[in-house]
Design a protein around this ligand. Structure first.
Ligand code: C5P
Length: 386
């Protein structure tokens, strides 16, 4: 992999988190320069010396306090690992922020949660960052010995994100709409109809597209999965199919690609009961359901439309159903998966997808993490759009 990375490290995490990261990035052939913090007290240089950083990274180490504008301009990516309270303070107070903004290079900020520290909210900081910048949250627990524990993104997740930002910027200037997750159709104030979708596939696609430079609108139903904070990813939370339909039409201008990965409920209760429906002994409850708008099918009928991608989660006759959907909904591509297969479908982190299009033979993609699969799907979309 090619690319120059400036890594800003801080505190005890420099030792436990920073050193393996520098080594792993070097092993991937990135050019790495380290800028540790050097304030009095538990700064990065108090834990790992400048000489050690120079040795480990193979490049002269300069403390963050001594970096000039050129040091930022020379990079392809600025990695803040972790974006601690002190690092935020340095950027939000000093010249470093000016240099960072002037350089215009993406920033990857690994958000730490130190057991002893107050919770940080770097969202405000993200808003000041150049496009393709991301706040990466994580739940990998690091033991900092006497300093407590730190929760941060795993090294694996961090490397994947670095690779995504540095390998491709092929969606720069493109506008992408993605739908994700289930919808919830309310019956009364406490009950609703929904499905098992976690939104993970759609979120993976939105993250990958944004890291590759696209301006992404992610319209998603009620989900537990966190949507990563990215400068060019705008999440639009909705609840029902009706709301999703409305939100999609709102985003429907100058789009280049639309990927409808949401598991939209096909039916909703005919009437919403404003008061909780009471059960009556011995009496069944009959719900009348009516169809929700088929968003994808409607988009397929528009005269000017972007490259249109649908999903098909099937439990039988995958190929027949996928091809039927492709024609019926006028898509350019259908991503089909067999939800009965192990490691596929709802609420898991992996998936196996076959791509169907009107022009080409089906393309079977291997079982892999949804985040990696998202890049494969985007590669195919980019290739077929040319
Ligand atoms: O017909 P089926 O629900 O299997 O089609 C799945 C595809 O259609 C998915 O891309 C899904 O997001 C989309 N869809 C939709 N609106 C609906 C139902 C499905 O956009 N009401």
């Amino acid at each position: 992999m090619a690319g120059r990375i400036l890594i800003i490290v801080d505190g005890p995490a420099a030792l436990t988190y920073g050193t393996p990261m520098v080594t792993a990035l070097r092993q991937r052939k990135y050019t790495v320069q380290v800028a540790p913090t050097a304030y009095p007290g538990p700064s990065a240089t108090a834990f790992v010396s400048e000489l050690a950083w120079t040795t480990l990274s193979g490049h002269p180490c300069k403390t963050i306090e001594t970096l000039d504008a050129e040091a930022f301009r020379q990079q392809d990516l600025i990695l803040l690992a972790p974006v601690s309270h002190q690092v935020l303070d340095i950027f939000l107070r000093g010249k470093a922020l000016e240099y960072l903004q002037a350089a215009g290079k993406p920033v990857l900020a690994a958000v730490p949660r130190l057991s002893s520290d107050p919770q940080e909210d770097p969202t405000e900081f993200l808003a000041k960052m150049p496009p393709r910048s991301i706040l990466l949250q994580g739940d990998t627990l690091l033991d900092l010995g006497a300093m407590g524990t730190l929760k941060a993104p795993s090294l694996e997740a961090l490397l994947l994100t670095v690779d995504s930002i540095l390998s491709k910027n092929d969606l720069a200037g493109k506008r992408v709409l993605i739908t994700a997750g289930p919808t919830a159709e309310d019956i009364d104030p406490v009950r609703f109809l929904t499905n098992r979708s976690s939104g993970k596939m759609g979120i993976a696609l939105a993250t990958a597209a944004a890291l590759r430079g696209a301006e992404v609108q992610l319209v998603h139903g009620p989900i537990q999965t966190t949507v990563p904070a990215l400068t060019n990813l705008h999440a639009v939370p909705v609840r029902s199919a009706e709301e999703m339909h409305h939100a999609v039409l709102e985003c429907w201008t100058n789009l280049d690609i639309a990927i409808l990965a949401a598991a939209v409920a096909d039916f909703r209760p005919d009437h919403y009961a404003p008061q909780k429906i009471k059960k009556v002994d011995g009496q069944a409850l009959i719900l009348n359901l009516r169809r929700t708008p088929d968003i994808l099918a409607e988009l397929g009928t528009f005269e000017t439309r972007p490259f249109l991608v649908g999903f098909a989660a099937e439990s039988d006759d995958v190929e027949v159903n996928a091809l039927l959907k492709l024609r019926k909904k006028h898509c350019d591509l259908i991503c089909a998966n067999d939800i009965r297969k192990p490691g596929c479908g709802f609420a898991v982190d992996t998936n196996q997808i076959t791509l169907y299009s009107p022009e080409e033979a089906p393309l079977h993609l291997p079982l892999k993490p949804k985040r990696e699969l998202a890049d494969d799907i985007l590669n195919e979309i980019v290739r077929r759009m040319k």
